[in-house]
Structure formats: structure tokens, C-alpha cells
Design a protein around this ligand. Structure first.
Ligand code: PEP
Ligand code: MG
Length: 323
């Protein structure tokens, strides 16, 4: 197995019938790039920038952020890097940015909701990203988008900062893709409309499952409801992928499920374009994909969505493949 994985490090991620998928890695800081390179990931599918804020004693300056983003983009170039704008709130806090006391922090002031409210913070981050965009293949992603209006507003702020930098003679890339995380059920349901407006989707199953099942992702008392293979979740995922493809856009997944050996065959069958996971899972998933036929998996995932009635049904369906 070790020998097989070594050869896979420099290989593309291809199924038994020759279809290519992008297998990328999630990172929290530029330090994680060592693991990304060591495992031969085809890109960074999720850079969680909130760690930049959490590892700092005060709001990171535009220059601090620029340096970190530039390092990641340059190291990966020409491979794509999906940078997610700050996702603070929920269970992530900043000592220097007091957030309101909330009954339900996971349903509260978090991520893009803070960014659109505190535009000083948001604009600083976008300017740093725009400046860094000249050094690689940048894709920007907004977290916790619930409505079309939130995306349009975020995009507007992005375009304003881009214009300002260009007027100041700063070099910025003109091929930056703008996408959203699909992690709120409302956005998943409305994916057909979102797909007309965004460049890409990345499905955040950690939160999408939590919000769809109304089960706190960290609460052990309801952990039995944390069901990635539940047909209701799979239907949402399928709708998101199909909606993207109808508009010629791509759909990825950056939640834990993207690297889950039960989920991968189902996602290959549904035609997910990009799988982003912890770097240590990349070779395992690449090796698994080699054994899969997309036409067989398409039939399997269709059954998982239309016939199965439970998470367990679908787990057994994939296990029976004996991969
Ligand atoms: C997700 O929700 O699936 C996700 C990737 O984001 P995070 O785990 O950072 O909330
Ligand atoms: Mg999330």
C-alpha cells in the first residue's frame, strides 16, 4: 500500500473508467502547506482564514494578511487556492473582538454576517486577497451564505475594493473566481438561483448536516443524528451539484464527508467536481477513486437517493461493494 501511495503522489485523481476529479486539501495556516505538498494535493480547496485572526493578539493588518495569502498562492501556483473569508462566531471567538452574548451562537452572528456588518474588517481582508491574487490562482469563497442578497452584497464590496486598487495602480488578477459555501439548507435548496450568480459552490457538510438535522455538530447527545449518508442530505448535495452543472459552474465539497470512504463513491456517482479534505486523506481517496467506475457509481448514488430511507441503508450499500 505504501508503494502504491508513493506513486499516487504525483498522479492525477482518475477513476477506473478514466474520469478525472480534483482532490485538494484543507488548510488553516501557511504552515499546513508542507502536508499539502507531501501528499500531492491538486490544490487548496479550503483555506480557513479565521486562524489568522485567532492566532493574532489584534485584528491582523492588511499587510500581515497579504503576506500569508501571497505565501500560500505562490507555493501552490498554478494550482488553485480557495480562500474562505473569515468565519468567526459559532464556537470560534476573538479576544479582541467582543461578540454579543447569544442564546444560539451557531444560529447567530457568524461569518459573512459579521463581515457584511463590520465592513472595515471585511474590506481589509478583501484588499489583502486582491493584492495577493497577482501571485497565484485565487478563488474567494464566502462562508455561511443564506440568501442571494448576502452574496450580491459581498460581491459588491469585493468589486469596490478591486476598483480602488486598480485605480491606485496595484496589480490584481482579473480571473479571481467568487464562490460560496453551501452549508445552510436555504442556500442548498436555492442552489439553482445561486448557480446563475456565483462561479462555484463548495459544500460544507459539517455545517450543512448540523443545520439540516437540527443537531449541534459538537453535541454528543445528538451525535446519532449526524448522518452524512442520510438520503435527505444526499438529495441536497445532488441538487447543488446538478444546479452548478446546469449553469456551467463547478461544485466541490470541503466538509469532512469529502474524505470519507463511504461518501466518496456516492459523490463520484453524483459528479462532484472537487473533493477537499485533510491532507492526510488525499492519497487514500485517490487510491479509492482508481477502483470506481463512474457509471456504476451513478447507478449506486441514484439508488441511495431514491430507494434508501436511512443513513444505515446507504452505508451498507457502499460497504457491499467491498472496495
Ligand atoms: C463545513 O461546515 O463543512 C466547513 C468546511 O466549514 P467549518 O468546518 O470550518 O465550519
Ligand atoms: Mg462551516
Amino acid at each position: 500500500q505504501k508503494a502504491e501511495w508513493a506513486t499516487l503522489k504525483t498522479a492525477a485523481s482518475v477513476t477506473a473508467d478514466g474520469k478525472h476529479f480534483e482532490v485538494s486539501a484543507n488548510i488553516g495556516t501557511p504552515k499546513d502547506l508542507d502536508g499539502v505538498l507531501a501528499n500531492g494535493a491538486e490544490g487548496v480547496g479550503l483555506y480557513r482564514t479565521e486562524f489568522l485572526y485567532m492566532d493574532s493578539a489584534e485584528l491582523p493588518t492588511e499587510d500581515d494578511q497579504f503576506k500569508a495569502y501571497k505565501q500560500v498562492l505562490e507555493t501552490m501556483n498554478p494550482k488553485p487556492v480557495v480562500v474562505r473569508t473569515m468565519d468567526i462566531g459559532g464556537d470560534k471567538h476573538l479576544p479582541y473582538l467582543p461578540l454579543p452574548e447569544e442564546q444560539n451562537p451557531f444560529l447567530g452572528y457568524r461569518a459573512i454576517r459579521i463581515s457584511l456588518d463590520r465592513q472595515d474588517i471585511f474590506r481589509t481582508q478583501l484588499r489583502a486577497l486582491l493584492r495577493a491574487s497577482a501571485f497565484g490562482n485565487l478563488r474567494i469563497m464566502f462562508p455561511m451564505i443564506a440568501t442571494i442578497q448576502e452574496f450580491e452584497q459581498a460581491k459588491q464590496v469585493f468589486l469596490e475594493e478591486k476598483d480602488k486598487l486598480i485605480k491606485d495602480g496595484v496589480k490584481v488578477s482579473d480571473s479571481i473566481q467568487l464562490g460560496i459555501m453551501i452549508e445552510i439548507p436555504a442556500a442548498a435548496v436555492l442552489a439553482d438561483q445561486f448557480a446563475k450568480r456565483v462561479d462555484f459552490f463548495s459544500i460544507g457538510t459539517n455545517d450543512l448536516i448540523q443545520y439540516s438535522m437540527a443537531a449541534d455538530r459538537g453535541n454528543e447527545h445528538v451525535s446519532y443524528l449526524y448522518q452524512p449518508y442520510n438520503p435527505s442530505i444526499l438529495r441536497l448535495v445532488k441538487h447543488v451539484i446538478d444546479s452548478a452543472h446546469k449553469e456551467g459552474k463547478w461544485a466541490g465539497m470541503c466538509g469532512e464527508a469529502a474524505g470519507d470512504p463511504i461518501m466518496v463513491p456516492l459523490l463520484v456517482g453524483m459528479g462532484l467536481d472537487e473533493f477537499s479534505m485533510s491532507a492526510t486523506s488525499v492519497l487514500k481517496v485517490r487510491s479509492l477513486m482508481k477502483k470506481l467506475s463512474t457509471t456504476e457509481m451513478a447507478k449506486l448514488s441514484e439508488r441511495a437517493i431514491t430507494e434508501s430511507i436511512s443513513n444505515d441503508d446507504n452505508k451498507k450499500l457502499v460497504e457491499a461493494l467491498n472496495l
